[in-house]
Design a protein around this ligand. Structure first.
Ligand code: FEO
Length: 164
């Protein structure tokens, strides 16, 4: 049986993961509005992954005999300055999610909940990837600078992203 503190915190994380999906969908909509359709596709795939993350937490809560509660999802930002601004925002958001996962791990350790520590380990590793992929795109955009051809090529490349 899952303890109440862990159950509440994991339910909050479901909300945070669904907010992440909502934020990436909003980024996708913005990118579509400036004709960066490949980048918009990349963000849609990212949003789907976030829903999967939320579902992993939900399944785990149920498996441990807890109760899943869905709360209101905050409204995401709807416009950005540039594609660089979008991906910088994505990177900063992933760093925030990493801090949240680390806090959950701290809680699972404090509560001596060994099963939750093992469960969270997957997210600890996933966050390394999440930060690295967002950071890589930010660096590429910074390298390209104002070059339209480079941005066009990057848009094409990101449009090939497949669901994991
Ligand atoms: Fe679910 Fe991108 O962290």
């Amino acid at each position: 049986m899952i303890n109440k503190k862990i159950e509440d915190s994991f339910n909050d994380q479901i909300n945070a993961e669904l907010y992440s999906a909502y934020l990436y969908l909003s980024m996708s909509a913005y990118l579509n509005s400036i004709d960066m359709n490949g980048m918009a596709h990349w963000m849609n795939v990212q949003a789907k992954e976030e829903v999967e993350h939320a579902m992993k937490f939900a399944s785990y809560i149920v498996e441990r005999g807890g109760r899943v509660v869905y709360k209101a999802i905050e409204c995401p930002q709807e416009a950005w300055e540039s594609v660089l601004d979008v991906f910088k925002g994505g990177y900063e958001h992933e760093r925030y999610v990493t801090r949240r996962i680390n806090d959950l791990m701290d809680l699972a350790i404090a509560e001596k909940d060994y099963a939750s520590q093992v469960f969270l380990q997957w997210f600890v590793s996933e966050q390394v990837e999440e930060e690295a992929s967002a950071d890589e795109i930010v660096k590429k955009i910074e390298m390209i600078g104002e070059g339209r051809h480079g941005i066009y090529m990057l848009d094409k490349e990101l449009g090939k992203r497949e669901a994991d």
